[in-house]
Design a protein around this ligand. Sequence first.
Ligand code: ACM
Length: 504
Amino acid sequence: MAAPADATPETSLPHIVPAPVELTPRPGTTFTLDADTAVHTHPGSPEALEVGEYLAGILRPSTGYPLPVAQGESDRGVVLSLSGADPVVGAEGYRLDVTEDAVTIRATTAAGLFAGVQTFRQLLPAAIEAADEQPGPWTAPGVTVLDHPRYPHRGAMLDVARHFFPPAEVKRFIDLIAGYKINHLHLHLTDDQGWRLEIKSRPELTARGSLTQVGGGEGGFYTQEEYRDLVAHAASRHITVIPEIDLPGHTNAALVAYPELNADGVAKEPYTGIEVGFSSVAIGSDATYEFIDDVLGELAALTPGPYLHIGGDEALKTPEDEYVAFIRRLLPIVAKHGKTALGWHEYLKAEPAPDVLAQWWGTDPKAPELVAAAERGNKVVLSPGNRSYLDMKYDEHFALGLKWAGYVEVRDAYDWDPGAYVEGLPADAVLGVEAPLWTETVERREHIDRLVFPRLPAIAELGWSPRTTHDWESFRGRLAAQAPRWKVQGVDFHPSPQIAWDEV
Ligand code: ACM
């Protein structure tokens, strides 16, 4: 965070994650919410009104104040305005001014207002996050913040295939990641252990393919209505859902449901273990592509966002020439349904057209095939396994998680530069970052919480904050200040020994 050299020392600046581009204290100034505070949103903008309602929805339970929300201009109370923002804030940034009389957020879009609201939340006492009335007072320090993201793509992934999580759990996940300015939610909807989305033209996928999960539990799936509702909930948090149908491997659940997808025409048995790389749809059969067309057609119609993720990882049973042929037949189906394909980086072997995106999950910064794809024009989302994989154990003592990519302590998650990580990858090929949570070992909410927090905020900061703010000591202090909020929110975070949790 930038502050004039002679100003208050860094340690007394507000603790915001991700670090804003510029934060300037207004010494001696504070703003206090009270029973008369109202929220004024940009006249004529239903989107700004929705952000105002969202903010009031957070503030009302803990303060007990009515916090009416209405369209209109004001120089008092909380003001969400779509005019007067410095153009430098772009499509997702904002300016926030906290003065004695008003909290004013100016942006060019509702997404920018929403980001500014997340910063304002973190200026208020942690108890503001409570679900029931607390004593207050509700005072925020006077500041001016000018802020905008480094990357347009800041993602988190939830694997609902290895263990199924019901819609309410996914909504809670969405609400938590939104607090750190994450703007994409990748849902890993299908894998060997379960198929989690209703496809009306292929009813056996859920009738037969959703009944299991890792360890043999009962699994589950989202009806199309539930999926639409999740997508709408995410959109109300300015998060775009990226659904993934993993192909041609990671498909045992589909192979259980539809015998004709198997090369030998015989349905597979359900799988509840955690091995990978053993399944494949029949690459040479027209039935496979008819199936994919049905599935992706319905999925595209249900998904307003621009992307369909087609997986493509760990097709270890598929010879490379067949794999390449498969991807080349698959991509036109995605395009036919009006979507842009995103795939794990293995699919770059097919040298896809420059308009599709790759998600890199490697661990070795020497990745010549990724650099070659970038040179052909493909943009890249970075998810290095040994940095951003939220399912890796923090250390050897940590009970949950896997360790194939190594241990990922908080500092490992934080201390790398997406713009200079993969050797020779042009900085402008990087669209952003994503932190995936694979759920082989993740059975319950507490498991999600312990793996996601506090590492997700590290990845979120890499995606949002300018490199000039990158500083481990600053980050660990600001991260520690999140803990009281997580406690109030009921987030069962992992108290990593790298963070001085008690010093805030
Ligand atoms: C992956 O971790 N198989 C993408």
